[in-house]
Design a protein around this ligand. Structure first.
Ligand code: HC1
Ligand code: SF4
Length: 567
């Protein structure tokens, strides 16, 4: 341990601790912008400078290690002036159109300006030329406004270090510096996975999702449209954050009630089709095992991972399940099965999904996603977008009574719920596979929550080696082994976002790993408390097979629930 003094407070910290971490340990909050707890250090924005009283110097606290005997001030006039000046210089070159910005209210720059008490008249003398760069708003999932970018590099780092995609880089120098794509191409035309991790670390409104709020209002206001909504598993443990609740607070009933109040005609759950995915994918895996087909079997429910695979691991696409994601199984069933049962013309049905994910916006626009004879999913709202709609009409979310999902496609099991966290798909699948093969229940696997996890699962005489990766950088490690022919795994689950969907690109901001852990715990608690926890026991899924689909992997299931991927 070393001893140092910060703001006249003597503290002891482990060697190697930065000044910023040391200060935070004793509750001193130094502002930061380029710093992010889950990324490597950068030290470029200089918003975290403090004064070293020993040698009258200013140091960036996020990148400077604390040293024994140091005497620092975070609040000296010199430190405050320097931080203020650095923030004002950022503002002098910023559009400052907070009122029209997606991040109004969750912007880290706005928050710092508020806390520092910076006033407009202090910025005006510094103002010079502003950037006037074109927006990249072609989507389909993400849009970039380089004029709002403060060059903190957090998006560049997450894309390279965590995702291993490197779709974004710094380009040019000085005033002309920008974060951009290769050859300045729109994000839709490059190797971007659409996972939106860049949007989750952006401190300002420079990278956000393409909004579909207007489209959804339009459908809700159209008397001829029958508007159906499905909610992804992860939403119920995260949307509460938008209304001031702790991360991981389970608000399923309030979520359903809010959607009814917004005017959706039916409120269903994607967990229903997550259970259905387990039936289809579970049988697909059993078929591969029983008939000695090539393994590992690799999951397909994450569209960010699928896009990444199409760019980087096209040679392994035959190992990837042909099962569509639960979102894309759900929507064609609405326009066929539900339409038939309810005697509604599918041409008048409008399908919306609420997803933690930006890649789902991309997925719904894939040209093959029209198996119902119509565009299967019409609109995808992120958790953040839905929260905005709820706030816009003044619904008092926290005081809503609990409501229940609609029948037919609203019932789900605990297996469907845990899809929303890394490891959940695998555990859900093996619950069903093991019971089908042996009649025995599966012990809890607990394959979450961070990085790569593996397990040996005994199913009768079989030993199934499973591996789970979240974050595309982690996925690449497993896939390189498969490619080299030295992977021992029979089953691999991949989710593009670290932690899986609880850490999705459309989730409430700001976020960090601790919050994601809590969100995952929230989902696990739902599964634990559910009476039915295995997909094959979902009565509504059984009814769907009895009344409409026939058997898993049969003709109709194949047409509506399976797909192919492009190399
Ligand atoms: Fe997910 Fe999935 S779990 S991919 O994370 O398989 O988005 O929550 O809806 O489709 O069910 C996301 C979440 C979600 C699908 C399911
Ligand atoms: Fe979307 Fe979930 Fe995949 Fe992230 S992990 S890209 S939220 S499906």
């Amino acid at each position: 341990k070393i001893t140092l003094t910060i703001d006249e407070q003597e503290i002891q910290v482990e060697e190697g601790t930065t000044i910023l971490e040391a200060a935070r340990e004793v509750g001193i909050d130094i502002p930061t912008l380029c710093y992010h707890p889950d990324l490597t250090l950068h030290g470029s924005c200089r918003v975290c400078v403090v004064e070293n009283l020993d040698n009258d110097s200013l140091v960036a606290s996020c990148v400077t290690p604390a040293a024994d005997g140091m005497n620092l001030s975070t609040r000296s006039a010199r430190a405050r002036r320097a931080r203020g000046r650095n923030v004002k210089l950022l503002l002098a070159n910023h559009p400052n159109d907070c009122l029209g910005c997606d991040r109004n209210g969750t912007c880290e720059l706005q928050d710092i300006v508020y806390k520092m008490g910076i006033r407009r008249e202090e910025i005006e003398p510094l103002e010079g030329e502003k950037r006037n760069l074109p927006l990249d708003d072609r989507g389909p999932a993400l849009k970039r406004d380089p004029n709002k970018c403060i060059l903190c590099g957090r998006c560049v780092r997450v894309c390279e270090e965590v995702q291993g995609v490197s779709a974004l880089q710094f380009s040019k120098r000085g005033f002309d510096s920008v974060v951009t794509t290769a050859f300045d191409l729109p994000q839709s035309e490059i190797n971007c996975a659409n996972c939106g991790q860049c949007a989750t670390v952006c401190p300002v409104g420079a990278i956000t999702e393409v909004s579909e709020i207007d489209k959804v209002w339009h459908a809700l206001e159209d008397p001829d449209k029958h508007v159906i909504v499905q909610t992804a598993p992860a939403i119920q443990a995260t949307i509460g954050e938008e209304f001031g609740l702790e991360a991981g607070t389970v608000v399923t009933g309030k979520l359903v009630n809010a959607l009814r109040k917004l005017g959706f005609d039916r409120v269903f759950s994607t967990e229903f089709s997550a259970d259905l995915t387990i039936m289809e994918e579970g049988y697909e895996f059993l078929d591969k095992v029983e008939n000695n087909k090539p393994l590992p079997h690799i999951t397909s429910c994450c569209p960010g991972w699928i896009k990444y695979a199409e760019h980087n691991y096209a040679d392994l696409l035959d190992n990837v399940s042909t099962a569509k994601s639960p979102q894309q199984m759900f929507s064609p069933l609405v326009k066929t099965y539900y339409a038939e049962k309810s005697d509604i013309d599918p041409a008048n049905i409008y399908t919306v999904s609420v997803m933690p994910c930006t890649a789902k916006k991309f997925e719904k626009d894939r040209e093959e996603m029209v198996d119902s004879g119509y565009k299967d999913t019409d609109a995808v709202l992120t958790t953040r977008e839905l929260a905005r709609m709820i706030k816009e009409v003044g619904i008092d979310f926290n005081n809503l009574a609990d409501d229940e999902y609609d029948e037919l496609m609203g019932k789900s099991t605990g297996a469907g719920t845990i899809f929303g966290t890394t490891g959940g798909v695998t555990e859900a699948a093996l619950r069903t596979v093991k019971e089908k093969l042996t009649g025995e229940p599966l012990e809890r696997l607990n394959l979450g929550i961070r990085g790569i996890k593996e397990a040996e699962v005994e199913i009768g005489d079989l030993v199934v080696n499973v591996a789970v990766a979240s974050g595309l950088g982690n996925a690449a490690k497993l896939l390189d082994e498969v490619r080299a022919g030295n992977s021992k795994y029979h089953w691999i689950e991949i989710m593009a976002c670290p932690h899986g969907c609880v850490g999705g690109g459309g989730q409430p901001l700001p976020v960090n790993n601790e919050k994601k852990d809590k969100r995952a715990e929230g989902l696990a608690s739902i599964d634990k408390n559910k009476y039915v926890r295995k997909s094959h026991e979902n009565p509504m899924v059984q009814k769907l097979y009895d009344d409409f689909l026939g058997e898993p992997l049969a003709d109709k299931s194949h047409k509506l629930l399976h797909t192919h991927f492009k190399a």
